[in-house]
Design a protein around this ligand. Structure first.
Ligand SMILES: Nc1ncnc2[nH]cnc12
Ligand SMILES: [Zn+2]
Length: 335
């Protein structure tokens, strides 16, 4: 196992499901609260960590939206993003696709431009300093209205060259993908790729809607697809990648024990599963900790770990040449 842990640590990896606001570590939250004079309801880092006990997605989201209230200036978004890149560079992540939630900021009066300029300036510096490649995906908050999503999409159109795709996140139950079918239609016509959180807490029906109505290019989570054999067959046939987030599933109580995590079963069924951290500051680990947790609990082999990492590169939104180069690097590492 010690052997596999160091194999995981040194392996070149991609991350495809990461909410940048979910990488806000308590230390940075305190520093930004002080810098911006924002009140937070915690006296110490320990108190913050103690508050991170969730029994479902909504429990987490309440704390997540509260946490982002310390992000005010363009520099705050830069610092948040650069801290994440520094962390995952240390973990040998060579490519990462990052979600951001503009409505979590514009609804507090923060200009869209400050959010995206801070994030993309950090992505550029990450490329120069660490050689890490990135893509940016803008998510719509599904608990808000279709109209609000349209207005967010309109703002994103001015930054079309910096945003590769659109996504759908926040409270899943009661907010089916169908609610955003017209928004995704417009986004796809404008050339954006599409992803959506579905089957994290919601039923298989929400995965079908994501495929049929949102025309997704990749499925975020997708765990509950396993309840429907026809759906599994379709996902396998279409080679639809799933961005699975093991520690997130455990912390949000979808999976009670890591030994019950479905990712090994997904691989055995032929699903194109990948490993990701979701909101690492809240769920106790970045991408390496996610690989290590499933490897230990599910007794994964080196070949299975390599398959998961290869899936990550194959399912990325990079060009075929970029993918080929990253996969060659992985294969050389595993040989
Ligand atoms: N795991 C998750 N599910 C839905 N929305 C989110 N926003 C941040 N993390 C999320
Ligand atoms: Zn997520």
């Amino acid at each position: 196992m010690a052997d596999l842990n160091s194999f995981i640590e040194n392996m070149p990896k991609a991350e495809l499901h990461l909410h940048i606001e979910g990488s806000l570590e308590p230390e940075l939250m305190f520093a930004l609260a002080r810098r911006n004079g924002v009140d937070i309801p915690f006296k110490s880092i320990e108190e913050v960590r103690d508050a991170y006990q969730f029994s479902n997605l909504q429990d987490f989201l309440d704390i997540y939206y509260q946490g982002m209230s310390v992000l005010i200036t363009e520099q705050d978004f830069y610092d948040l993003t650069f801290a994440y890149l520094t962390k995952v560079h240390e973990q040998n992540v060579i490519h990462t696709e990052i979600f951001f939630d503009p409505q979590g900021h514009t609804d507090r009066g923060i200009p869209f431009a400050d959010v995206i300029n801070g994030i993309t300036r950090a992505l550029e510096d990450g490329r120069k300093k660490y050689g890490i490649t990135t893509r940016l995906i803008m998510c719509f908050l599904r608990h808000l209205t279709e109209e609000a999503a349209f207005s967010t999409l309109d703002q994103a159109l001015s930054y079309r060259d910096r945003i590769v795709g659109v996504g759908l996140d926040s409270s899943e139950l009661g907010h089916p993908p169908a609610k955003f079918a017209r928004v995704f239609d417009k986004a796809k016509s404008a050339g954006f790729l599409a992803v959506a959180h579905a089957g994290e807490e919601g039923p298989p029906e929400y995965v079908y809607e994501s495929l049929d109505l949102l025309k997704i290019d990749r499925l975020d989570h997708g765990n509950r697809s396993l309840e429907d054999a026809d759906l599994v067959n379709r996902l396998v046939k279409e080679q639809m990648a799933l961005t699975v987030c093991p520690l997130s599933n455990f912390k949000l109580a979808g999976v009670k024990d890591m030994r019950d995590h479905p990712i090994r079963k997904m691989l055995e069924l032929g699903l194109k599963a990948t490993v990701n951290s979701d909101d690492p500051a809240y769920f106790g680990g970045y991408v390496n900790e996610n690989y290590k947790a499933i490897t230990e609990s599910l007794d994964l082999t080196k070949a299975q770990i390599m398959t998961l990492a290869r899936n990550g590169f194959e399912a990325s939104f990079c060009s075929p040449a970029e993918k080929q180069a990253m996969i060659a690097r992985l294969d050389a590492y595993g040989a």
